[in-house]
Design a binder for this molecule. Structure first.
Ligand code: A2P
Length: 334
């Protein structure tokens, strides 16, 4: 691209869309022109970008004339409907929904892990992986590069902002009601009370008792790492945390890494750091990564059940690296 690109954001008024704008600004992405697209409800709203007011427009099939890069974060149905129009108009679509992720003609990219995949995009679409999967891949890739990943057993602790503004409001509404001694808890987003509770249910249940979120870790993890035989089992859990997902992982490798070798594997890797000093109670928590770019890894130890395996704890901001930042980094790649 020889000129400063015209960038469009479909879903610019949503939590991830707003974070995409922040990332473009903070990383000095060379935006030539910006189009902010959302529903008719938001059309006419003004949003500040680089100190200037930009007017939100209603998303339509003709929104993409002259657009070079279209970042989509308005949900899968709208990606399916408008993504191909954007690609047809000549834009490279970077889609944050799950609509195209498993399409063999659509690359699924974490720039620190498989950047080369972004170059072959026959449909003009690149998919941004699931947030929990991105964070887990960020934590495992440095170890995979050195020791050869074979299997993953994971449990996630996922923040309510993963369900958008509605999830945040449900948690704070329930906490407020309970601390005031009321029993009229607002409950529309989650199947059970989320305040002072944990819910082992993220996304819909599908075959075998797993949820779609859990199978994303399996299918998307295999595609990103190019390991079709990677074994993955996963339990995804919603926790009463506002932002940043955590993942407890037991990972098995081809060789037998020591804890010290594993910690060293993170040195020099962009976007991920080991924060691991149990003697000083030093390990990452969701508050440590909130609104930060880097994913953090701690509690690295030899697994006591499996051979060649490590147990570890990975944390990352799912709105940022798990969605908006990853999409903007893909835009930087192209
Ligand atoms: P709007 O704010 O106008 O509803 P979130 O996932 O945080 O709820 O954000 C969803 C994003 O997708 C918002 O920017 C929202 O715009 C946008 N969106 C939702 N429905 C439509 C639609 N029918 N057409 C265009 N954009 C939509």
């Amino acid at each position: 691209m020889s000129h400063s690109p015209h960038v469009a954001i479909a879903g610019a008024t949503g939590a991830v869309g707003e974070e995409m704008l922040k990332c473009l600004e903070q990383r000095n992405f060379p935006v030539g022109e910006i189009s902010l697209l959302a529903s008719a409800r938001s059309a006419g709203r003004k949003i500040l970008f680089r100190g200037e007011e930009c007017v939100v427009q209603e998303l339509g099939h003709d929104s993409f004339k002259g657009v070079d890069i279209a970042l989509f974060s308005a949900g899968g149905a709208l990606s399916l409907e408008y993504g191909p129009s954007a690609a047809k108009a000549g834009a490279v679509v970077i889609d944050n929904s799950s609509a195209f992720r498993m399409d063999p003609e659509v690359p699924l990219v974490v720039p620190e892990v498989n950047p080369a995949a972004a170059q072959a995009r026959p449909k003009g679409i690149i998919a941004n992986p699931n947030c929990t999967t991105i964070i887990t891949m960020m934590g495992l890739n440095p170890l995979h590069q050195k020791f050869g990943l074979r299997s993953i057993i994971a449990s996630s602790y996922q923040a309510v902002s993963g369900s958008g503004q509605a999830g945040i409001e449900e948690l704070s509404g329930q906490v407020q009601a309970l601390t005031e001694g009321r029993d009229d808890l607002p409950q529309e987003v989650y199947p059970q009370q989320i305040a002072f509770n944990v819910i082992p249910h993220v996304d819909q249940f599908v075959e075998g008792g797993y949820t779609r979120e859990e199978l994303k870790m399996l299918n998307e993890g295999r595609k990103i790492l190019g390991l079709p035989d990677l074994k993955v089992t996963c339990t995804c859990v919603r926790v009463p945390v506002y932002r940043s997902h955590s993942v407890s992982v037991t990972a098995q490798f081809a060789t037998n890494p020591s804890v010290e070798e594993a910690r060293l594997a993170y040195e020099g890797f962009p976007g991920v750091r080991a924060v691991d000093n149990p003697a000083k109670a030093l390990y990452p928590t969701p508050l440590d990564t909130t609104e930060k770019d880097d994913c953090l890894v701690g509690r690295i130890r030899e697994d006591l059940v499996m051979d060649n395996a490590l147990a570890l704890w990975i944390v990352g901001d799912q709105v940022r690296k798990g969605a908006a930042l990853n999409a903007v980094q893909i835009a930087e790649l192209i």
